[in-house]
Design a protein around this ligand. Structure first.
Ligand SMILES: *Cc1c(COP(=O)(O)O)cnc(C)c1O
Length: 388
């Protein structure tokens, strides 16, 4: 099976992990701060908090921002469930923002409409979680303009988008979002096996995240509530979690970050090559994702096409060893969310979900695979036409 995405591990990665295993510190050693510094360098953010997963990072962020019961969190309707689950973890209500039917991204218009509706219904919207779907950054500056009007925290779920760049801003630089969350799951842009990071520009928020990541326990003398205690003294100031990243994982992340540029350029060149192979299929109703431009570079976590007969094409390619995938079922359709509330279907999200297929795209692929995938799609669609 050729997967839609997979990790790229080389001997340097293996060596970096083995070095930590031979060192005195498997966790709470020097690798996590080094990985955090490297993430700040790559993105331009002042602070990074490495965590055990993006899901942990999203949960910590909402907790650190004081969001909880009685609050509403708005989330892109098209995303992985964990984009919304974090709100439930802090006891907040979740509501969904419709997306553009072609890109799957929320827009200033869909967000403004939802905010207005929430205001009319008396819902207190404290946070908006915007997803950089497929690695394409959302128009954060426009969403941030609505933040001034409505007073919510803008959280960027950038699980797909490490290395993306838009209008001179690196994803995660903190220019518009209050927090940006990356995932380092193996299918994402770089991997730490499991892992994530929260990028922030606010010093106090950084401190809260760090505290909550490790049980709510403070060791730093400067921040103790009770001063003049013995050297062994530490105190738990709030109820936190163990969402730390280990040094083993951070070492893998550091070694992977060295290769970020080469991973991105490989993904970008494959994304640039796909249209030439797919162009024969365009008359059959295929639509291509927005191409990169100078001031809008995707990280190309996913190469998502709009396609007729999506389920048939999915089955046809899967049966022939091509790991195409559907990203995603609108979150409100999951039985858990339907059990909370009869969320109505959203037009853009439903259209995007029904017609979109993610084709294989990762740094280990070459154009031979693109050609093979394209010819199989062509075959599947011609067969569907014959049968019709
Ligand atoms: C993968 C993913 C997550 C969760 O990442 P983990 O590191 O596996 O917790 C969250 N949001 C989106 C959009 C994702 O694709």
């Amino acid at each position: 099976m050729i997967p839609y995405s997979t990790q790229c591990i080389d001997e340097d990665d293996i060596e970096a992990v083995a070095d930590v295993l031979r060192s005195p510190f498997l966790t709470a050693g020097p690798m996590v701060p080094r990985f955090e510094e490297a993430l700040c360098e790559v993105t331009g953010a002042p602070y990074a908090v490495a965590v055990s997963s993006a899901t942990a990072g999203l949960h910590l962020t909402l907790q650190a921002l004081g969001i909880g019961e009685g609050d509403t969190v708005l989330v892109s309707a098209i995303s992985f469930a964990s984009s919304a689950n974090c709100a439930r973890m802090v006891g907040a209500a979740v509501d969904f923002v419709d997306v553009d039917p072609l890109s799957g991204l929320i827009t200033p218009e869909t967000l403004a409409a939802k905010l207005k509706a929430c205001q009319a219904a008396g819902q207190r919207v404290r946070a908006v979680i915007a997803v950089d779907l497929a690695g394409r950054m959302t128009c954060l500056e426009k969403l941030a303009a609505l933040r001034e009007e409505y007073g919510f925290y803008l959280i960027e779920d950038a699980a797909h988008a490490l290395g993306a760049c838009r209008r001179g801003h690196n994803c995660g630089d903190g220019a518009c979002a209050d927090a940006t969350v990356f995932s380092f799951h193996p299918v994402k842009i770089i991997t730490t096996a499991e892992g994530g990071a929260v990028m922030v520009r606010d010093k106090e928020l950084h401190r809260r995240l760090t505290l909550l990541r490790s049980h709510g326990i403070e060791h730093d003398r400067a921040y103790l509530e009770n001063q003049n205690r013995p050297a062994y003294y530490y105190e738990m100031q709030t109820l936190g979690f163990n969402y730390r990243m280990s040094d083993v994982h951070a070492a893998l992340g550091l070694a992977q970050l060295d290769k970020l540029e080469s991973f991105l350029s490989k993904r970008r060149s494959l994304a640039k090559a796909y249209p030439a192979y797919l162009k024969e299929i365009l008359p059959l109703g295929l639509t291509l994702p927005e191409a990169d431009s100078e001031d809008n570079l995707s990280s190309w976590h996913l190469y998502q096409v709009g396609i007729p007969e999506r389920d048939r094409v999915y089955r046809f390619l899967r049966d022939r060893g091509i790991g195409v995938q559907v990203h995603y079922l609108p979150i409100y359709r999951h039985p858990y969310y339907q059990s909370l509330k009869a969320y109505p279907p959203l037009e853009g999200a439903e259209h995007f979900f029904e017609h979109t297929l993610s084709l294989p795209l990762h740094p280990q692929l070459n154009t031979v695979t693109l050609s093979y995938v394209s010819s199989l799609i062509n075959e599947a669609l011609e067969k569907a036409e014959e049968d019709a």
